[in-house]
Design a protein around this ligand. Structure first.
Ligand SMILES: Cc1ncc(COP(=O)(O)O)c(C=O)c1O
Length: 436
């Protein structure tokens, strides 16, 4: 009999298609700390993949959920109107990036948000092709555009072809591993030249392209930050050709980068923005926020779903926004990010295994390599760092096309002492893995 019978139960009754990072069964959480069924304590640097940004069991959010549960927990937004949906739509329209008037559609997951953003782009522009990025992630919860637009084959697409047609891929400006082997900024954005000149002429001309879908900071791709000039130049090019920019903020949104939305670091206004994850701190909810002039052209009745915009999720999301603005969470993410970045830079100085340190705000990561010159990915080592850290009481996540990036996603409400405790464990784990 194992110490954790629920892991055995999972093996027996749950389909193996869903992976497990950490073979522990968590019982409860308190802000940035989790406890497993055996009472072991863990510092949580995962936030359930960037979701519980205001901490586990946040008392204000619990209260907001309880009050709404007692009042109304479902009616379906297509059956009758209800306040939390429209109030949240109003708040989201107001805090969305850029000056244009916005409108909102609510769904349940990031994958559904991707599907709907691409539906909007196709329906409104009358064009079919969507351009996505290599190394991107836009969801595997659905079998349509979200999966098709995801720029990583294994494990997401294995045995699932054919994908939804109409998606084209281009290289992401991943400067640490430049696909054109250039150095930024001396490269003069060669990757964008490729998009402008060659991609559009040899693959699909701009007049056939409905939208580009882009993460300003690739999440699953390993916290790869696009250069500011790349995004600005790209947006100009898209505007010249009437191509929409869909900004995927599912992982990077909600204050984590030091701004409410990652795209705010770039000074461009996306045409459509999608968000999910931290929006309701873990209750299922996602949002598509679009310039009104665009969605004014959508066809009534062609969007919707039974559950999209659940009243309890909406009530919690309203409270999330209130807390984030009241407690200045973007500023806090920035100051926590400075603590994290300093420590990660020190780890870079002390440990050859760390090849790159990158991120924005507190959305920070280290990319592990076997050799700093060849940049050979240290995939096994990253896996060992995660195991060692867990043994010492810290939960981390990996990311990146080679799964050699250790990404940090602590809640923004984490106490500084706990943040440092987690960072100490990360460094000890790196040290131990390096010695072997
Ligand atoms: C950038 C991005 N887009 C979309 C998704 C899909 O979201 P969901 O898992 O809620 O379907 C994710 C999930 O990790 C994501 O990181």
């Amino acid at each position: 009999m194992s110490l954790d019978p629920y892991i055995d139960m999972r093996g027996k009754y749950v389909m193996r298609g869903i992976a497990l990072y950490h073979p522990i069964t968590v019982e409860r959480g308190e802000n940035a700390v989790l406890y497993d069924v055996n009472g072991r304590r863990y510092v949580d640097f995962t936030s359930g993949v960037g979701v519980t940004t205001l901490g586990h069991a946040n008392p204000e959010l619990v209260r907001a959920a309880e009050e709404q549960l007692r009042r109304l927990w479902h009616i379906c937004f297509m059956v009758a109107n209800y306040r939390p949906y429209v109030e949240l739509a109003e708040r989201l329209a107001k805090i969305a990036p850029g000056p244009s008037e916005k409108q909102v559609l609510l769904q349940n997951s990031g994958s559904e948000a991707t599907e709907n953003a691409i539906k909007i782009a196709r329906q409104v522009t009358g064009k079919t092709v969507v351009v996505s990025y290599e190394n991107s992630f836009h969801g595997r919860g659905t079998y349509g555009f979200a999966l098709a637009a995801t720029g990583k084959y294994k494990p997401y697409k294995v045995g699932l072809e054919p994908m939804m047609p109409g998606i084209e891929f281009i290289p992401y400006p991943y400067c640490y591993r430049c696909p054109f082997k250039h150095e930024y900024p001396q490269c003069s954005l060669a990757c964008l030249d490729y998009v402008r000149k060659w991609f559009t002429y040899t693959r699909v001309p701009p007049e056939r392209i409905a939208a580009f879908i882009m993460e300003m900071i690739q999440g699953e791709g390993g916290f790869v930050v696009a250069p500011v000039d790349y995004v600005r130049e790209l947006k100009k090019f898209l505007d010249e050709h009437g191509i929409l920019l869909i900004d995927d903020e599912v992982q990077s949104g909600w204050a984590r980068t030091g701004r409410m939305w990652a795209v705010e670091h770039y000074g461009v206004e996306p045409d459509v923005m999608i968000t999910a994850k931290a929006i309701a701190n873990g209750l299922p909810l996602s949002a598509i926020v679009s310039k009104k002039e665009i969605v004014d052209k959508t066809y009534p009745g062609s969007f919707g779903g039974t559950y999209g915009g659940n009243p309890v999720s909406c009530a919690v999301a309203l409270k999330v926004i209130e807390i984030m603005l009241r407690d200045k969470l973007p500023e806090r993410a920035m100051s926590l990010g400075q603590v994290v970045r300093k420590r990660l830079n020190e780890m870079f100085e002390r440990h050859e295994l760390v090849g790159d340190v990158r991120g924005l705000g507190v959305m920070q990561a280290i990319e592990l390599v076997k050799d700093r010159k060849t940049k050979e990915p240290a995939t096994d080592e990253a896996s060992k760092v995660l195991s060692k850290a867990r043994e010492k009481g810290l939960l981390l996540l990996r990311a990146g096309i080679h799964l050699n990036v250790v990404r940090l996603l602590p809640p923004l409400t984490i106490e500084e002492e706990l943040l440092n405790e987690g960072l100490d464990i990360l460094e000890e784990s790196l040290k131990e893995v390096e010695v072997k």
